[in-house]
Design a binder for this molecule. Structure first.
Ligand code: ADP
Ligand code: MG
Ligand code: MG
Length: 250
């Protein structure tokens, strides 16, 4: 469903992605692991369409569509969802209002009717309950004063409401305690479906005990240097990234 071929990306003249190839099939959860600075976040931003990156070569094809030719809003309409490593705080905008606007904008772009307020509230409450997000939180300004775990759960809530086809989770586990991690992972697992795929970016194997991936890819020096099954994550946890860093330097 998502095919990335020979992706080469620079920012301000620095080469960050260097011929990256990756295929993620329908229904697959692909994990990307790799040392700090290997380009994992850059990859997620380039797929989502963040502006400042210069794509010099390669292609990103989602369901036969050329993603690189699409505006960020068109990518979102096509079902690309990026959960941020550091979710934005939006003072003055109630979470509920934000969620309703996001959902209705997406429905509009897909040619679907807006949800009625009672229908919307029903959906939000069901998703919030599953993620153990108290109703009070939905009335507060988006992410303002939320703890790290609350922000991450809010990202998963957005994901659940938007029902994306391709979800990217960039270090959703960073800063989460074990309970918040379990809740966030259960939220993701509940969204697993044969026609939805995930790219789960993480430093640590811990998250992958909860969200069990179908494939694991090691990223180093701006490309995928090794791919395997879930056992590769366990091997990395034991041995670290030293081998891959050496390979990168060679
Ligand atoms: P990761 O998520 O794997 O830790 P990143 O994609 O965040 O890696 O960063 C990859 C490399 O690109 C790093 O060396 C980082 O310093 C560099 N980089 C990222 N964003 C910028 C930027 N806006 N300007 C210059 N360099 C950047
Ligand atoms: Mg990083
Ligand atoms: Mg990162």
């Amino acid at each position: 469903m998502l095919e990335i071929k020979n992706l080469v990306v620079e920012i301000e003249g620095n080469r960050i992605l260097n011929g990256l190839d990756l295929t993620v099939n329908n229904g697959e959860i692909a994990a990307i692991m790799g040392p700090n600075g290997s380009g994992k976040s850059t990859l997620s931003y380039v797929v989502a369409g963040k502006e400042e990156y210069e794509v010099l070569d390669g292609e990103i094809i989602l369901d036969g569509q050329n993603v690189l030719e699409m505006e960020p809003s068109e990518r979102a309409a096509a079902g690309v969802f990026l959960a941020f490593q550091y979710p934005l705080e939006i003072p003055g905008v109630a979470t509920m209002t934000f969620l309703k606007a996001a959902l209705n904008a997406q429905r509009k772009s897909r040619g679907e009717a807006e949800l009625t307020t009672p229908d919307f509230i029903k959906r939000v409450n069901a998703a919030a309950q599953q993620l153990e997000i108290p109703k009070d939180m939905l009335k507060r300004a988006l992410n303002v004063g939320f703890s790290g775990g609350e922000k991450k759960r809010m990202e998963i809530l957005q994901m659940a409401l938007l029902e994306p086809r391709f979800c990217i989770l960039d270090e959703t586990d960073s800063g989460l305690d074990i309970d918040a991690l379990r809740i966030a992972a259960e939220g993701v697992n509940a969204l697993r479906s044969p026609d939805r795929s995930f790219l789960v970016i993480t430093h640590y194997q811990r998250l992958l005990n909860y969200i069990v991936p179908d494939s694991v890819h090691v990223m180093a020096g701006g490309k995928i240097v090794k791919s395997g099954g879930k056992e590769l994550a366990i091997e990395l946890e034991a041995n670290g990234y030293a081998d891959y860093k050496a390979q990168e330097a060679a």
